[in-house]
Design a protein around this ligand. Structure first.
Ligand SMILES: [Zn+2]
Ligand SMILES: [Zn+2]
Length: 112
């Protein structure tokens, strides 16, 4: 599974997958789902505070400053809050797809 297209759409990133599935990821959502060790070591709702970052609500809109492919399996985003250690494997990206269809699946696997 890999993205056939990955493009900016307003304040979100649209991904078209090789199986035809379409995902739309709001940029703050992507930031929240950052898979790096720093972010995963924190409780999602508190990590802004602990990392001393501006909150999504109060600060300027979070954006992606830069993105680049990592090998053939992942993409790395640099956010405008300076965070750039998150490497989003395609597997991770697909797993966090916020569409209603995938949300059902996520609930199903939440206990694992
Ligand atoms: Zn991170
Ligand atoms: Zn989906």
């Amino acid at each position: 599974m890999h993205p056939t297209t990955l493009q900016r759409e307003g304040t979100a990133i649209r991904v078209l997958w090789s199986d035809g599935h379409k995902s739309l990821y709001p940029i703050p959502y992507l930031r929240l789902k950052c898979p790096c060790a720093v972010c995963r070591g924190h409780v999602p709702f508190n990590y802004n505070e602990k990392l001393d970052l501006p909150s999504f609500q109060e600060g300027p809109p979070l954006d992606i400053a830069h993105s680049e492919p990592v090998g053939r399996y992942a993409i790395q985003f640099r956010f405008t809050d300076g965070h750039d250690t998150g490497i989003y494997s395609f597997e991770h990206l697909r797993k966090i797809c916020p569409c209603p269809d995938c949300a059902v699946t996520q609930v199903g696997v939440a206990s694992t």
